[in-house]
Design a protein around this ligand. Structure first.
Ligand SMILES: C[S@@+](CC[C@H](N)C(=O)[O-])C[C@H]1O[C@@H](n2cnc3c(N)ncnc32)[C@H](O)[C@@H]1O
Length: 468
């Protein structure tokens, strides 16, 4: 992060704007809205600035900038469009240790002004760190459309009740849940719809209800996190991550995904590195149960889909037996995610009439898979957890009649920025797999459909990079 995001209190503090054009007028207006005591120095003030000065909202001085103008200011903004003057303003502010923004010139600025969605007192500030102001404005337009116009009214309504809620609900976590229920519930809806009278009556009832009536019920959501690319998270998974009190996650869950979670959510790593179990499955089950029993909303975040080689079924059954509510949220499994990113249509109509997902690793070593049936099936075969058994799997398939020349692909870190693909034939499978470090998850795809990836890579190389 190149810039530290912060909101500065400027109410009643002196601010200086240098420049007379539209950009200067917009910045002066913004500073006035923040309650600053705004002085403007301009040689030729435009109509907007003159109007601001006439209504007494800014003090206008019509002359060239002098270094002494910055003295005593809390912030300085330069928007003259003249490089020499802007540099002089930046230098003078720099010498005096005053934060300065030169409009559209990050190199001369010590702070930048973000694009803003204003739902006062709620303010959303968006910055691309100077990389692309147009992108920041595009994002702002989307957020503008997303946030109801009455959001400011809702924030003020909540503010009115803050003290009362703090007085009656003393436990911090319970209070946070109360507010979350409030913002997602009927009272907030009524405020947004303008029915504040009903909202106030109902709010008073809710705040004064006995604690037992407010006691939340714990729940565990078994959530598929997809194969790695955060954009492949489902909307539901995203919302649940933002609501969760506790997130219990695996090694395969990309760290960026946790950025989607609420900042104060408890994050518990239960990843299993090969051969080094951090926690046993029984311990994980007990952990989920314990947090749900304490009334928390638990997200059990698992790579891919929880019900595809994810032991989600075992966790669901344990929790159900323990009387805990469980919800399963599917995710994009490695096979479909990696195939898409690698350009392999798993069931291409001309090349495969089906696809099988199998594991390369059984409970106690070799997987109990009917390789003979698979070799004859004419289907695409996707092998999960096959990195260490690639040689053996290839041998089993070939001895059961699969042509040694059948195309095969090995995909490491599929859908992630460091995705790597090696293609060859089944007879090469062991050699292909051995080319990888073994640190990232590795998926094997066997079948004629793999040829489509190679053909696609030749014609669509830039897209392939973008897919990673
Ligand atoms: C324990 S399984 C979990 C599968 C997960 N539940 C799913 O639906 O994708 C772990 C295996 O999934 C595969 N895998 C998961 N994510 C992957 C990725 N991004 N790239 C390649 N393989 C992946 C690898 O074969 C890895 O050994």
């Amino acid at each position: 992060m190149r810039y530290f995001p912060a909101f500065i209190e400027l109410r009643g503090r002196p601010a200086l704007v240098v420049g007379g054009g539209d950009a200067a007028a917009r910045k002066a207006e913004l500073l006035v809205r923040a309650g600053a005591d705004v002085a403007v120095v301009a040689i030729e003030p435009g109509a907007d600035l003159l109007a601001l000065a006439e209504t007494g909202r800014v003090t206008l001085t019509e002359r060239v900038f002098r270094a002494a103008d910055v003295s005593g200011r809390a912030v300085v903004v330069a928007a003259t469009g003249d490089e020499r003057t802007d540099t002089a303003v930046s230098d003078a502010a720099g010498r005096a240790g005053i934060p300065v923004n030169v409009v559209d010139v990050p190199a001369l600025s010590t702070f930048i002004v973000p694009a803003i969605v204003d739902r006062d007192p709620l303010t959303v500030a968006i910055s691309s760190g100077g990389a692309s102001p147009v992108l920041a404005r595009t994002v702002r337009a989307r957020i503008e459309a997303l946030l109801p116009a009455g959001l400011g009214r809702l924030a003020r309504f909540a503010e009115d009740f803050r003290r009362a809620v703090r007085g009656t609900i003393t436990d911090g976590a319970e209070r946070r849940r109360f507010w979350e229920r409030f913002f997602a519930g009927p009272v907030a809806e009524a405020v947004l719809a303008g029915d504040e009278r009903w909202a106030r009556e109902r709010m008073l009832k809710d705040v004064n209800a006995p604690a037992s009536e407010r006691e939340p019920e714990g729940i565990v959501h078994l959530v598929g996190a997809g194969p790695g690319d955060p954009d492949l998270l489902t909307l539901r998974a995203h919302r649940l991550l933002q609501d969760a009190d506790v997130i219990v996650y695996d090694r395969l869950v990309a760290p960026e995904l946790l950025d989607h979670a609420r900042r104060d959510a408890e994050r518990i790593y239960v990843g299993k590195a090969r051969g080094a179990h951090v926690r046993s499955q029984d311990e994980i089950n007990a952990l989920l149960e314990e947090h749900a029993r304490a009334g928390r909303r638990v997200v059990r975040l698992k790579g891919g889909d929880p019900f595809v080689f994810g032991r989600g079924g075992e966790e669901r059954d344990h929790l159900t037996r323990a009387g805990i509510r469980v919800e399963v949220v599917p995710g994009i499994t490695a096979a479909t995610g990696c195939a898409a990113a690698a350009g392999i249509p798993l069931t291409d109509r001309d090349l495969a009439h089906g696809v099988s997902f199998v594991t390369g690793q059984g409970r106690d070593g070799e997987a109990d898979v009917d390789w003979a049936a698979l070799a004859r099936s004419g289907q695409t075969i996707v092998v999960y957890m096959g990195a260490n058994a690639a040689d053996r799997i290839a041998a089993r398939l070939i001895e059961n009649g699969l042509s040694a020349a059948t195309p095969a692909a090995v995909i490491e870190n599929g859908t992630r920025p460091d995705q790597r693909i090696e293609t060859g034939t089944v007879s090469d499978l062991g050699t292909l797999a051995a080319r990888f470090s073994g640190r990232g998850p590795l998926l094997i795809v066997i079948g004629d459909v793999v040829r489509r990836a190679d053909a696609w890579a030749e014609t669509a190389a830039p897209l392939r990079v973008a897919a990673g």
